[in-house]
Design a protein around this ligand. Structure first.
Ligand SMILES: [Mg+2]
Length: 369
């Protein structure tokens, strides 16, 4: 039976709350956390996806209307063309996969070829806290069953952040993995500080290896391919990166030069699903890890979880969580139920078709902008 796309609709939603963790490093006054949801329909079937705001898409709907949603490789090429000219377009690809899953009656992890709906996750914290407070929060995350947590470096003096990692390691003991995100790969719009240089990255890699850190994320500018490859060569710590790479060629270049141990392209932000799966196979064939970044709302998280469940052999994937300020209820405000983690540190993905959620459009109406 053939299907053709009959409608595409894009709406924006706002949670009227400033995610408080941002205040510890983001100087801009903010009043909301926003989500963009793309809806794509074939008759009575509807797929949804979220992520960036789809800037520049309006007026290009006709490139997809009347097309077969299953011509996904064609759609990916068109979306890639569009995002050369405009914003990032992968939310529509996610919606198409959700739609295909619903038409086929298969959950996305199964449609993508996976054989398990269990995903192990690490708690990814967002804010900066003094060493004692972060050590306490790490103990709480450990008690909740998380096998690992991620900390961010944002201090002027990296020694201050090292003190946080040291306090956390002392608190949680040797059994919980700790990842560190240096956030040197890209900058927020106002932030014109230079990225670390190779010497700084090497010094910190060695210091973090002493604390038995599992990986160091984005220790250099994202395009410093030579520096990343050399750093990886000279340190025993795993180097992670690639979360927001805009061009597929950037990620291929990391692979070609052997820049990373852990590849983190977000399916909603960086690669889309088809290319994420393709890249994961290449990464794993070369002995590296595929563990996507998933910083976004509940639909973004779900999309990454499904792809990870289907293809990844890495030990865990990111789960944004920094209680009490950043909680599953706030993060997943567009979902009818937040995505929760079982006491063994895993998430069981829904067996319902597609992404496995039915959005409560009526409940969401109050957040619409
Ligand atoms: Mg990161």
């Amino acid at each position: 039976m053939s299907h053709t796309i009959t409608a595409i609709e894009i709406n924006h939603y706002r949670l009227p709350l400033d995610p408080p963790f941002l205040a510890s490093w983001d100087p801009r006054p903010r009043t909301s956390f926003t989500s963009t949801i793309v809806r794509v329909r074939v008759g009575d079937y509807e797929g949804v996806g979220s992520g960036d705001a789809m800037l520049g898409f309006a007026g290009h709907e006709t490139l997809f209307l009347g097309q077969d949603p299953f011509d996904i490789a064609r759609h990916v090429e068109v979306l890639d063309n569009l995002q050369f000219h405009y914003g990032r377009m992968w939310p529509l690809e996610i919606a198409l996969w959700d739609l295909m899953g619903k038409i086929e009656g298969l959950p996305l992890w199964k449609l993508l070829g996976g054989n398990s709906n269990k995903v192990r996750v690490y708690a990814s914290t967002g804010g900066r806290l003094p060493p004692g407070q972060r050590a306490e929060s790490a103990l709480e995350l450990q008690a909740l069953g998380f096998p690992a947590l991620k900390l961010r470096f944002h201090a002027q003096d990296p020694n201050d952040d090292l003190a946080v990692v040291r306090a956390v390691r002392e608190a949680v003991g040797p059994d919980m993995d700790i990842q560190v995100d240096a956030n040197q790969g890209w900058r927020m719009p106002w932030d014109i500080r230079p990225s670390w240089d190779l010497k700084t990255a090497l010094w910190l890699s060695d210091a973090l290896a002493e604390l038995d850190v599992y990986w160091l994320e984005e220790p250099l500018h994202r395009h410093d391919y030579r520096g990343l490859a050399e750093l990886r060569e000279r340190t025993r710590l795993r180097i992670a990166g690639g979360e927001g790479a805009r061009e597929f060629a950037e990620l291929k270049e990391y692979l070609r030069r052997g820049c990373l141990d852990v590849y983190q392209p977000d399916v909603a932000w960086s690669t889309g699903i088809l290319r994420g799966r393709q890249l994961a196979e290449e990464i794993q064939a070369g002995g590296a890890m595929y563990s996507p970044h998933t910083w976004g709302d509940g639909l973004v998280l779900l999309a990454n979880l499904h792809v990870f469940a289907a293809v990844s052999t890495a030990p865990f994937i990111e789960y944004p969580l920094d209680p009490p300020t950043w909680t599953p209820d706030l993060r997943d405000f567009i979902l009818p139920e937040p995505i929760r983690v079982d006491p063994d540190g895993t998430i069981t993905l829904p067996d319902k078709p597609g992404l496995g959620v039915n959005i409560d459009w009526q409940a969401l109406q109050t957040f619409r902008i």
